[in-house]
Design a protein around this ligand. Structure first.
Ligand code: NAD
Length: 291
């Protein structure tokens, strides 16, 4: 008889819509199985309309916790008892931990990004970074980078519906950290070039580079880059975006979004189990290789 699921197995969920395409269930269950931990991780199609009932269910079923993705990340806090400092500052939650009925919301995307840098021997603490983006992924990275001690950050975004969010993020970083932060229009390419020129790292955290914007880059040409600049992209499908191709051509060290994906999952795993994922094993499974 199958031994993996028993009467003691604890349930962890993923609440989002759409969600059937997600690689998180395979990743989390692989890690539980590898370490022999008695948990099962399942994806549930939950949107804003069914979210409150789903959280009531999580409490009633005494689930250990859940991941939360779009469209629930920015609304689920209403149904929780406590938020981590980063989740409070980001205004978003991607991980819920249930401690005997007390639900705490965390955001692990930014932790995941910072951890993936560290794992790749990239040390941005005390240095300047330039980042493109003002959506969910970018905000989490910007807040965590500032909390972790990045000295200076130049944020660029186009003047779309995310611009106000970028202004809000700058305000929060200024009020809560010592990071020197400024916001610029991503269409101002002269300014972008200037800010990248004295940055240690350039981070791409917009949707540009993946479908439907695959093949496009926020950088006009490789004269924006120099060989000792580090260039990262949150996008991992495709694994090598047009931006990373440009960066490689300019001789930069590059990193795609797979590491961030792994480490945000590992940070959630650790919040539920007390231990990180078996990282080297997971890197093999996910075929993560640094260049
Ligand atoms: P979002 O919808 O919250 O934000 C979208 C961002 O893209 C905004 O900053 C917006 O202004 C910008 N944008 C959209 N169209 C643009 C254009 N034509 N030109 C310039 N900027 C444009 O999305 P998100 O959740 O923040 O995701 C952003 C990217 O990060 C996606 O590619 C996503 O796949 C990736 N991501 C990766 C991870 C990971 O673990 N590696 C996690 C979350 C998101």
């Amino acid at each position: 008889m199958a031994e993996r699921i028993t009467g003691h197995t604890e349930l962890i969920g993923l609440m989002a819509y759409p969600i059937r395409h997600s690689s998180s269930p395979a990743m989390q269950n692989e890690a539980f199985a590898k370490l022999g931990y008695d948990y099962a991780y399942l994806a549930f199609e939950v949107d804003n309309d069914s979210l409150e009932d789903a959280i009531t269910g999580l409490r009633a079923l005494k689930m250990r916790g859940s991941n939360v993705s779009m469209p629930n990340k920015t609304v689920v806090h209403k149904y929780l008892d406590e938020l981590s400092p980063a989740a409070k500052l980001c205004g978003a939650v991607n991980t819920i931990v249930n401690d005997n009925g007390h639900l705490t919301g965390h955001i692990t995307d930014g932790i995941g990004y910072m951890q993936s840098l560290k794992d790749n021997n990239i040390d941005v603490i005390g240095k300047k970074m330039t980042i493109a983006g003002a959506g969910g992924a970018a905000t989490a990275i910007e807040i965590q980078a500032a909390l972790d001690g990045v000295k200076e950050m130049s944020i660029f975004n186009i003047k779309d519906k995310f611009w106000a969010n970028a202004e809000e993020t700058v305000k929060k970083i200024r009020e809560n950290t010592d990071c020197i932060v400024n916001l610029y229009d991503l269409d101002d390419k002269e300014k972008l070039k200037e800010e990248i020129a004295d940055s240690y790292l350039f981070a791409q955290a917009t949707g540009v580079g993946m479908k439907p914007l695959e093949g496009q880059s926020v950088i006009p040409d490789i004269s924006f880059f120099r060989p000792d600049l580090i260039v990262t992209d949150t996008v991992y499908a495709p694994r090598e975006t047009a931006l990373l191709k440009q960066a490689k051509e300019a001789g930069c060290k590059t990193m795609n979004g797979l590491g961030m994906m792994l480490f945000q999952g590992s940070a959630a795993f650790e919040l539920w189990t007390g231990e990180p994922m078996p990282i080297e094993y997971m890197k093999e499974i996910l075929d993560i290789k640094y260049e």
